[in-house]
Each structure stands twice: as C-alpha cells, then as structure tokens.
Design a protein around this ligand. Structure first.
Ligand SMILES: Cc1ncc(COP(=O)(O)O)c(C=O)c1O
Length: 428
C-alpha cells in the first residue's frame, strides 16, 4: 500500500521499530495517509493527542496487573498502582464522581460490568430500542444483553424525533424494570437525566446512564452531567473525550465495591496498564480551559453542519443538535442512505448510516469531534455541507469533491506530528 505523495509524511511514531515488518508498517502509514486525506465524520471517532499515543506505546504495555492498586496478583506493580490511582483520581475530579473504575477494556465491557453489578440474569431492563438508537448492549438479540436479560425498548416521537418521557414512564409503570438505561448511539439532543431519575424512582429501578457519546462534552462543560442523577454512569474514554479506546464506570461509594468486583474478577482479567495511563493523560487534557473551548466548538460546529445540510435539502432529525452528532435523512435528495454513504466515502467524506425515527429506511450519522480537533470551525462546516450535498447528488461530482476535500484537509493536519496537542495546548 503506497503512501500518497501529496500529503505530509506521517509521523515517525507510526512506524518506529517496524523497519523489519514492512507489511504492518505499510498499513500504518496507509491508514495515517487515509486519515489525513479525508474527512473523518464518524460521530464516535476523534484524533488522540501525541501524549495519549505515547502512553499507549509505553513500557506499561508490558506489565501484568490483575486486581486493583495495593491488591494485585502480580509482583512489580508499584508504579502501575501509582498510574491507576492517578487515573482514578483524575476521573473522579473531572466528573465529580465519588468512585471511578478505569479498567473496562471498552464501552461494552463497562456496560457488561454495570449490568453484572446491579442485575441478575432474566431481570427486566428498560432501554432505548435499537431501531431508535439504542446500542447493541441495550438488548440486541446478538449481544449478551439481549441473551441474558429481558429488554423492553422505548422509542422517540415519530414526528419530532425526541424522547417521549411520558411513554418511558408508562413503560416503566407497566413493566417494573430492575434498571432503566438512558443513552444512545444516535440521539442528537441533551438527555433529561432528572426526568429519567424520576421515572426510575417511581418504578423502584436503578438508573444507568450509558454516556459513551456525550462524556467528552460533559468534561468540557458543553453537556449536562448524568453523574448527579444516575446510580451508575458507564462510558467510553474515546470519542469526544479524546482518550484511548476503552471504558470507565462512575458511581457513588455505596456501589463502588459491587462495580469493582463486576469488572475484576467477574468480567475481566489483567488491567491494560498502558491504556489506563493513556486515560489519565486524556483526563488531564480534558480538564484544561482549552478543552472546554474545544467541547463548545464541537457543538457549534455540529449545529452549523446541521443548518448547512438542512439548507441543502436534507431532513435533519429533531431539527438540529445539542451535541457533537447529527442524523439526517437523505431521501429528499432522492437517494437512499447506503448509496449516499458509498458516494460520500468515494469523495472522501467518511461517515455511518443509522436508524431513522420515522421509517424503516436508514439515515446518515455525522459527528464534528474529529474535524474540530483538526482546528476546523464554522466556516469549514459550511464548506463541508456543500461538499456533502454535491457528492450525494451526482456520480460525476465525486472526483471534483474528492479534490476539494483534499485541499480542505491539507490546511488542517490531524496532529501527531508535533509533541504539542492542538486541543489542550499541552506538550508531551
Ligand atoms: C452508547 C454506547 N454504549 C456502548 C458503546 C460501546 O463501546 P465500545 O465500542 O468501546 O465497546 C458505544 C460505542 O459506540 C456507545 O455509543
């Protein structure tokens, strides 16, 4: 796989030590070039800082550390204990939580451990239905959640696309779930955590917030926090938060031991200490004023993109967004979502399809986190909306749009080439 010649060579970090393994080195270089030459509009993606990459590729990758700080099954854990304590401390401060578990290997692992801490197989759980934006871990039949628990799905209002809190309340009254889950992969609006708390209390249920998507906005003060309302908050540390791929769980002191035991030894083995150190780095970065400005810019950019796409004739669900993500229906432009995603991908706009609240047809999901990390602002979002509409409209336009996308991204390299992070301003 050849590296395109018209982009800056990717950073040496991407291939360090791989001179003897050209097959993998080529893939790393090719992927770095792909990311630098196209627009990353996948709502769950972002560019991590050089410091996060350094921690991920550090000596901590070699260390086995089953258990928790001060109580490990392996020797030599003094320094990784210090790393995990620091990560926990930073997570608790950043999100104002009484207790943090930073070991989950992924968002799904965090949800699994949360269910294990609070539920028994066969219990009833009320969560957003998958056709409306629920995650696989919210009751999909192909996932542990759907296999081991009885899920009841709530939807969104077909007209407005908004959560119908009265419908959620009625379902909770009827089914008396053991837990209510709020959180989604495609809901573009703020969630009313107080309303969910009230519904869960009335049903005598736990409230679980799966805040994988908004957690970075919460860190930057650009979205309300679920922490004061939910019994347990689970989240990913990637996405807007800009940490390594991984998960975390936040809860009050009273559930801390149950949550910890549900992660290790119930559902995981050794902690990935390099990823945990990388989470600490990301939490420090996310506590800077520069990150607060970033989080607000992410939302401003998503709003501008939504307005631009609406002006181009696409239907934006819920009429806009409060967050980093938006979902649109391309059918007013006489194209289905799968064909649109293909055309957009060929033109260098990389995004996902998603469910639509009002039909069986699919829509398109976009996010502004990665392009905002690159330094793009509202002016560039207007440009992207125009490029998006041109690429969707005609096969002939793909090549021209591809060139325009390359010109645009050339001015906004995705980072990783200097030790200073463009978002937090911190240096490795
Ligand atoms: C709401 C929600 N929960 C859970 C997950 C799972 O995260 P992971 O892919 O790290 O397992 C995601 C990932 O997108 C998510 O959006």
């Amino acid at each position: 796989m050849a590296l395109s010649m018209d982009v800056e060579p990717p950073d040496a970090l991407a291939t360090r030590g791989l001179a003897g393994d050209p097959e993998i080195a080529d893939i790393l270089l090719g992927e770095a070039a792909r990311q630098a030459e196209s627009l990353q509009l996948i709502a769950a993606e972002n560019f991590v800082s050089p410091a996060v990459l350094t921690a991920l590729g550090s000596s901590l990758a070699n260390k086995y550390a089953e258990g928790y700080p001060g109580s490990r099954h392996h020797g030599g854990c003094e320094l990784v204990d210090a790393a995990e304590r620091l990560t926990i401390d930073r997570a608790e401060r950043l999100f104002e939580a009484e207790h943090a578990n930073v070991q989950p290997h992924s968002g799904s692992s965090a949800v699994l451990a949360t269910y294990a801490a609070l539920l028994r197989p066969g219990d009833t759980v009320l969560a957003m239905g998958l056709p409306y934006g629920g995650h696989l871990t919210h009751g999909s039949p192909v996932n542990f959640s759907g296999r081991w628990f009885t899920f009841v799905g709530y939807g969104v209002d077909a007209e407005s696309g908004l959560i119908d809190y009265e419908q959620v309340r009625e379902l909770a009254r009827t089914h008396r779930p053991k837990a209510v889950v709020c959180g989604s992969i495609a809901y573009p609006r703020h969630i009313d955590y107080a309303a969910f708390r009230d519904i869960a209390d009335e049903a005598g249920a736990y409230l679980i917030a799966d805040a994988a998507h908004p957690m970075g906005l919460v860190a930057g003060g650009a979205a309300p926090s679920p922490v004061p309302y939910a019994d347990v908050v689970c989240a990913t540390t990637h996405k807007v938060l800009r940490g390594p791929r991984g998960g975390m769980i936040l809860c009050g002191e009273e559930l801390a031991e149950r949550v910890d035991r549900a992660v290790f030894p119930f559902s995981q083995g050794g902690a990935q200490m390099n990823a945990i150190a990388a989470k600490a780095v990301a939490f420090r970065e996310a506590s800077t004023p520069a990150f607060t400005a970033y989080a607000h810019q992410v939302v401003a950019n998503a709003r501008t993109l939504a307005e631009g796409l609406a002006a181009e004739g696409l239907t934006v669900t819920t009429g806009g967004t409060d967050t980093h993500l938006l979902t649109v229906d391309p059918t007013p432009l006489r194209i289905d979502a799968a064909t649109a995603r293909g055309r957009l991908g060929a033109a260098g706009l990389v995004l996902d399809t998603c469910a639509l609240p009002w039909s069986d047809a699919r829509g398109l999901r976009l996010g502004s986190a990665a392009v905002t990390t690159q330094g793009m602002g509202e002016k560039e979002m207007d440009l992207i909306a125009g490029l998006f509409a041109s690429a969707i409209r005609g096969a002939d336009a793909e090549r021209r749009v591809r060139d325009e996308v390359r010109d645009l991204v050339r001015g906004f390299p995705p980072g990783g080439v200097t030790p200073t992070d463009p978002v937090s301003g911190l240096t490795v």
